[in-house]
Structure formats: C-alpha cells, structure tokens
Design a protein around this ligand. Sequence first.
Ligand SMILES: [Zn+2]
Ligand SMILES: [Zn+2]
Length: 114
Amino acid sequence: MPWLTINDPQHGPMQVHVRMPKQRPKRCTCGKLSLEPRLCDFKMGPGKTCDAPCCAHCAIHPALGRDICPAHAEALAEWMEWALGYADSIDPVAPIRKARQVQSSKEVESQPAA
Ligand SMILES: [Zn+2]
Ligand SMILES: [Zn+2]
C-alpha cells in the first residue's frame, strides 16, 4: 500500500495512507471508466485477442463468457456470416435442410386461420 505525502498548510507535510484499487480503471470506447472491464475476446491471431476494455453496457456477448468490444461487433457479424456460409459449403445436406425449412414454413403459412 503506497503512502502519499501531502502538504497541509496548517500541520506541514502529512503522510496519508492511500488505498489503491487492485486494478487501474480502464476506459471503454464510450468514455465510461470501469474497474472491472470486459476484455474483448476477438481473435487477432494465434493465441492473441483484442483485449480492448469495454464496459458492461457496450460489450456484446456472442457466447457465454465471451465479450466483444463494439469495434469488433461488426467484424464478428461479418465473420459469423462467412462462417455460416462456409459451414453450408462443406455440409453436403445443407441444401436439403434448407429446402425442408422452406417447406415447413410454407406449411405453417398455409394452415387455415382459427
Ligand atoms: Zn462502454
Ligand atoms: Zn475488440
């Protein structure tokens, strides 16, 4: 715990015990300071994540325990789109499944209204 010397005009120099927070507050891109910021989990490379601090309000959660900073939210959406397209391209039954989905949604639509 650090001690801080302040100069009191009446009593002279005084030693003040300063209780420091364990972590320095980090600033989110929105300007909010947070002592316990969420660190962006967006992959930047092998074993590397963005680690940008973001407040609870700004972080988005694509999965449980994952936080993504606002700057990467867009990139993540793009990546998800690409990943889903890629999964379709390597999935031989994807066209069949999609056709079935379309069919079942049509069945729901064609049901007479009660
Ligand atoms: Zn924020
Ligand atoms: Zn990020």
